[in-house]
Design a protein around this ligand. Structure first.
Ligand code: GTB
Length: 215
């Protein structure tokens, strides 16, 4: 049986692959595991049936046999632990790759999400420009730090790992923003991730959902 993931039936990102099912799709594509997708409306993700899988009423979720998981990075880690190719065999290198997964979610993602929410929800406020300057600077600091790490290497933990799936999907939320352009090393890293055939397959799969429902 294939695992089943959940995704938006109509994603607000309009097929840009920014919703968090993208990381899960990408991980499954990297390890060659076919999967099924249950598409859900915004109303359905708040229903008790979905909340039983995802307590916060969000996508994605992952069901495989008797296992039901939520949180995209936890799902990616689970996939990486059960298939070869997404985590190093050496115990210390593996622990460092997992640390990078946490860094993606808990150190890099928060300022990026805060900035995108400010752009989405606060653009008409009198104080928006001032706040955006501050939020931009927070993201800039993180990107500068990442550029240091990525100087002279293609991936966070030597070879490509699950950490790169998490980090690249987090950084993609910056879209074509100037912030990413200011750090070409980080921009090239994102482009390297996006160029992987598994990323392309995952991207096309979620884009096809949008294309099928777009008016
Ligand atoms: N920490 C959780 C995880 O990583 O799995 C966060 C999951 C999450 O935020 N899911 C979002 C959701 O279900 C969809 S991806 N939200 C509904 C809700 O909270 O009520 C977030 C997202 C949506 C749209 C864009 N976009 O349009 O660019 C980007 C990201």
């Amino acid at each position: 049986m294939n695992p089943t993931i959940t995704a938006f039936a109509q994603s607000p990102d309009r097929g840009r692959g920014l919703a968090r099912d993208m990381a899960v799709r990408w991980a499954l594509e990297e390890v060659g595991r076919p999967y099924d997708v249950r598409l859900l409306s915004f109303a359905a993700i708040k229903e008790p049936a979905h909340r039983a899988l995802q307590p916060f009423g969000q996508i994605p979720t992952y069901e495989d046999g008797t296992l039901a998981l939520f949180e995209s990075a936890a799902i990616v880690l689970h996939i990486a632990e059960r298939h070869s190719g997404l985590l190093p065999d050496d115990a210390n290198a593996r622990a460092r790759a997992i640390a990078w997964m946490f860094a993606g979610k808990s150190t890099v993602e928060p300022p990026i999400v805060e900035r995108s929410m400010a752009l989405l929800l606060e653009a008409d406020r009198s104080w928006h420009a001032e706040r955006l300057t501050m939020l931009d600077e927070r993201v800039r600091v993180r990107l500068g730090d990442l550029a240091q790490v990525l100087t002279g290497r293609d991936w966070l933990a030597q070879d490509f790992t699950a950490a790169d799936i998490v980090m690249v999907t987090v950084l993609r939320r910056l879209g074509g923003s100037e912030l990413l352009k200011e750090q070409p090393i980080v921009g090239s890293y994102v482009a390297r991730g996006e160029a992987r055939p598994a990323f392309q397959r995952a991207f096309e799969a979620q884009r096809a959902v949008f294309a099928a429902t777009a008016k």
